[in-house]
Design a protein. Structure first.
Lengths: 113, 113
DNA sequence: TGCGCCCATCGCAATCCAACGATAGCGCCG
DNA sequence: CGGCGCTATCGTTGGATTGCGATGGGCGCA
């Protein structure tokens, strides 16, 4: 049963507002970091894959992309460090999912340009 | 008089719609390229500077940033190649300005995530 | 308990990026 | 016509990225 998965991972997105500023030095650095994390076609593809699947995927990404497993893992690490995605251990496999808050933040920062 | 400047550079933004797709392989590459061009704090700062000034600036950017002139020129080149900004020669100095179409495109791509 | 699967990490090589100083081209002003 | 200010470009250096195979740890299942 997959009901256990949803309980531990990919929690329902909290719609809390983000009060951080849209511009200024800190916002510049934040936007640059997020943009750099997106600045690779494979990472954009991975992010879209995670969004489309809604539910969490794991090594399935390796099958979808023409990249080695270690390379995919590296890209996932970059995006996780940027806060774009989240990865939680779920038994034998790892559950990756999008972090909606960061995605909203990115939209706000880009929209504020 | 500055009226001559506005005539040759920074034309009034054309509000033509962009019919290109928001997702797919080509869109992924496009978003990755635009994000990479933004993936540096100095470039975000420069872009904001150009947006705030509305009118075009040139070497004034060098005075605003703690970077050498050649470095700023390099960043401008990266953003110009990505289509984010435009640079036209205007007598002794060079007139840089934002490319509104690309900015809208970026917002659409990020918003479509 | 031991095997097998899934994934992260290490180590390495190739490539790319960022930053700088130095140099060269190009208008303008005197 | 000769200098001067403004930019782009070149060449270089150090550091970061990207990609891969190989290795190792952790968890479930037999």
């Amino acid at each position: 049963m997959a009901s256990l998965l949803e309980s531990t991972c990919c929690p329902t997105s909290d719609a809390s507002l983000d009060l951080r500023p849209i511009e200024g030095g800190a916002a510049d650095d934040e936007l640059a970091a997020l943009a750099k994390a997106l600045g690779h076609p494979a990472r954009v593809q991975i992010l879209r894959l995670l969004i489309r699947k809604t539910a969490c995927v794991c090594g399935e990404i390796v099958n979808e992309l023409p990249l080695a497993q270690s390379t995919v893992s590296q890209h996932l690490k970059v995006m996780k460090e940027a806060g774009l995605i989240r990865g939680e251990i779920d038994g034998p496999r790892i559950c990756y999912c999008v972090e909606p808050r960061t995605l909203r933040r990115l939209r706000a920062l880009v929209g504020g340009l």
